[in-house]
Design a protein around this ligand. Structure first.
Ligand code: PMV
Length: 350
């Protein structure tokens, strides 16, 4: 048993076009609404993770992210470790010839191929890669859907990074979270000319964490109930139709309206949460002027819990969208396009 057992994997970042914002169960990360995202290409933004276990390791599980030791004692990481170990234990109990890996300390080593501090969604790729690397190490027969149920407990949005292409997360209704899983709306190959440009407005860490922000919004915003119960369910249907029909105008309009709706509930939170700043608002204006000049929607902005803009567009409009962005605001203070100027959203399906 002094062997080292090892498995590696990668998971890409996903950027939501219908945002997850609100938890009905903070412990299990069960959301108050379904959401939908586009998984970006592995070549651009992804986490690479190696999971290993050995009786020769120190007793405690460890996690190294970009060379720095991370705290693994948090409830979320512990939930992922616990669930995956329990599945391995089941296999070991049913087959006595299997090594008892579930009893060995884990060593997880992760690297992001983008700056972790750049304010880009890193926890989604991080937890998706962590869960899949351990599942591979344990040789679990789990499907991406099963793994999405576990990754969700690490970070809600991580469940969507277990699939490539266009991915939904069904909120579910079970109190144990068994039906709160990700599903593929369409593979990347269905609409392969989708592109995204990421505009790094600020590399600072977000002021209000998504968990704290969500809890305060649910507790205080008067707009929240209408968003969760009426607006998002309608838009989930509209968005899936837009993707099926490869209708960029519908896709873009719903994307922008949902981002606005999410940030409106943030402003309506008490005390208010401001994720957008003046540069973010300038990006919205640029997108509006691009669309006005084209006479139709060819660019669509969306913002997560921070000021950085992600702008979706189709490859044939590269010049009008990515080109104009650089020309219009590339020189402004605080506007950095140092990485990910052109992030393709047509990565291979996982
Ligand atoms: O998964 P979390 O807890 O980091 O929350 C993500 C929240 C948003 O990025 C704002 C929206 C989303 O659906 O990804």
């Amino acid at each position: 048993m002094s062997e080292i057992y090892r498995a590696s994997t990668t998971a890409p970042v996903n950027i939501a076009v219908i945002k997850y914002w609100g938890k009905r169960d903070p412990k299990l990360n069960l959301p108050t609404n379904s959401s939908l995202s586009v998984t970006l290409s592995q070549a651009d933004l992804r986490t690479h993770t190696t999971a290993s276990c050995s009786s020769t390791y120190p007793k405690e599980d460890t996690l190294l992210l970009n060379g720095s030791p991370q705290d693994v004692s948090g409830a979320r990481t512990q939930a992922c470790f616990r669930e995956l170990r329990a599945l391995r234990k089941q296999l070991e109990d049913s087959n006595s010839s299997l090594s008892k890996l579930s009893e060995l300390p884990l060593k997880i080593v992760s690297e992001n191929n983008f700056p972790t501090a750049a304010g880009l969604a890193s926890s989604a790729a991080g937890f998706a890669a962590l869960v899949r690397a351990i599942a591979n190490l344990y040789e679990l027969p789990s499907s991406p859907t099963d793994l999405s149920r576990i990754a969700r407990q690490g970070s809600g949005s991580a469940c969507r990074s277990l699939f490539g292409g266009y991915v939904g997360w069904e909120q579910g209704s079970a109190t144990d979270g068994s039906d709160s899983v990700a599903f593929q709306v369409a593979p990347a190959s269905h609409w392969p000319n989708m592109r995204a440009v990421i505009l790094v407005v600020s590399a600072a860490k977000k002021g209000v964490s998504s968990t704290t922000g969500m809890q305060t919004t649910v507790a205080t915003s008067s707009l929240f109930a209408a968003r969760a119960n009426e607006t998002v369910p309608r838009r989930m249907a509209e968005m899936q139709k837009a993707i099926q029909e490869k209708d960029f105008e519908a896709f873009g309009k719903v994307t922008m309206m949902d981002s606005n709706s999410f940030h409106a509930t943030c402003l309506d939170t008490y005390p208010p949460i401001f994720y957008l700043n003046d540069v973010s608002r300038a990006a919205i204006k640029v997108v509006e002027s691009i669309n006005a000049a084209a006479g139709k929607i060819i660019a669509a902005y969306t913002f997560d819990a921070g000021p950085n803009a992600v702008v979706y567009y189709l490859e044939e409009n590269e010049k009008e969208v990515a080109g104009l962005f650089k020309a219009a605001i590339g020189e402004k203070d605080g506007w950095k396009c140092e990485r990910g100027e052109k992030v393709e959203a047509n990565g291979a399906s996982l």
